[in-house]
Design a protein around this ligand. Structure first.
Ligand SMILES: [Zn+2]
Length: 168
């Protein structure tokens, strides 16, 4: 992967985030109908995994760190409020906002968790490639087209040697 931000294509200056990705063909989601546990076991068997390192610029890596911090604060804050609210046998009039606010904070923390984790979502993984979603278009345009060797050095090889994983 180039040393550039996957979000905006700005120079990443060596800032790397390691992501362990896993993916399975979407049809396997149907197995959920047979039971969640069956699905979880099947998914563990059929999934493809990949470890990639993606570049992030200073702005986006700071933004990500901030979002994670805010998400934790909201999540822990909502739990604290729920404990306070739950410990009262009778909630006085002045504190009736406790439950709604705690719930809102909890939902907000989940939303942030989803946003944060949507960085580099795999659209597909096989033995050689990782297809990623949510990547800046200019970043994708700068990558070699699929089916081509990732490194010019390898062009003389009959089979593209893609060890290390080309990602797009
Ligand atoms: Zn960026």
């Amino acid at each position: 992967m180039p040393d550039r931000c996957v979000k905006c294509n700005a120079p990443a200056d060596g800032r790397r985030l390691t992501r362990n990705l896993s993916w399975h063909p979407p049809a396997w989601y149907l197995v959920i109908l047979a039971g969640l546990l069956v699905y979880v076991i099947a998914a563990l068997v059929v999934r493809h995994t990949a470890r990639i390192q993606i570049g992030m610029c200073e702005k986006h890596s700071n933004q990500r760190r901030k979002r994670i911090a805010v998400g934790w604060l909201l999540g822990l804050g909502s739990i604290a409020l729920m404990i306070v609210a739950g410990s009262q046998a009778y909630i006085p009039e002045a504190l009736t906002w406790l439950w709604p606010v705690a719930l809102a904070m909890f939902v907000a923390s989940l939303v942030i968790a989803v946003i944060v984790s949507r960085l580099a979502v795999p659209a597909r993984i096989d033995k050689h490639y990782v297809w990623l979603k949510n990547i800046h278009a200019d970043f994708l345009d700068s990558l070699p087209p699929l089916g081509m060797p990732a490194h010019p050095v390898n062009t003389h090889l009959p089979v593209p040697s893609l060890e290390g994983g080309a990602a797009r």
